[in-house]
Write a protein that binds this ligand. Sequence first.
Ligand code: CP
Ligand code: NVA
Length: 309
Amino acid sequence: MSGNGVRHFLDLTDLEAVDLRQVLELSKQLKAKRKAGTEEKPLAGKSLAMVFDKPSTRTRVSFDLAMRQLGGETIMLTGAEMQLGRGESIADTARVLSRFVDAIMIRILSHEDLVELAANATVPVINGLTRISHPCQVMADVLTFEEHKGPITGRRVAWTGDANNVLASWIHAAHQFDFTINVATPKELSPRQALKEFVKRTKAKVHFTRDPDEAVEGVDCVITDTWVSMGDKEAERRHNLLKPYQVNAKLMGRANPGAVFMHCLPAHRGEEVTDEVMDGPQSVVFDEAENRLHAQKGILAWCLDKSGV
Ligand code: CP
Ligand code: NVA
């Protein structure tokens, strides 16, 4: 939330835990209404600008449909097609878009640019992924976990692989929803210092290790993501370092029986995850993808203060 009361959704750490829980409950209610055919149009007359500076399938389709299904409209923009691509400032772009639309969703690698956009916007700004975090994804992930395994509070999950933007939002979620996350990453690709400091400061239940077997032992959910995120360089080096962190049947076997496997997608089969796990009975990756739609609805309804829908 910004100083002037605008409900931005930039990071899971910006909201109170109670607000995040409210967003999740809204997502659950809106999903149930959609499935029952009783969905209403609480966002009628509202418009969302969607700015994509990087490719997207799930974020783009889910925000577009979420807005439309709730009665609102969307405008799709890409950085290169906007004057932003010719040097118009982020701040002026924020001021202009705020005169036209009721909310802005942006995917942009620079987290600083996201924050600057929000600082200059008078309408809610939603983080559709930066290099630093991917909060909308992890709201869908928590929703998916709870559908399959019950309340996440007090539970244990594991991350194995690259210490990227999705992991950062999982760590923020561990703090906010009060669960434990074991994180296995190679030394050379450890989490950023700021994330380690966040864990120290908040006493979030995060256990860092180099050993994927140790991380996964006895957890209810195993999570991974691509070894090369948008904007990453040195793909070959990353592949070599991350090979031991692959989620395969052997690693899944160390988790609790009934543990679920999650991946935000797109997946690189045969790299961070095997086909056997992706297509196996523990995989909930396509429920997770669908839940982007329902989670976006909860986020949009909260940002636009339609929390009573
Ligand atoms: N998981 C996710 O954000 O996917 P897209 O890059 O397709 O939006
Ligand atoms: N970590 C990945 C997530 C893609 C949805 C990336 O940033 O490219």
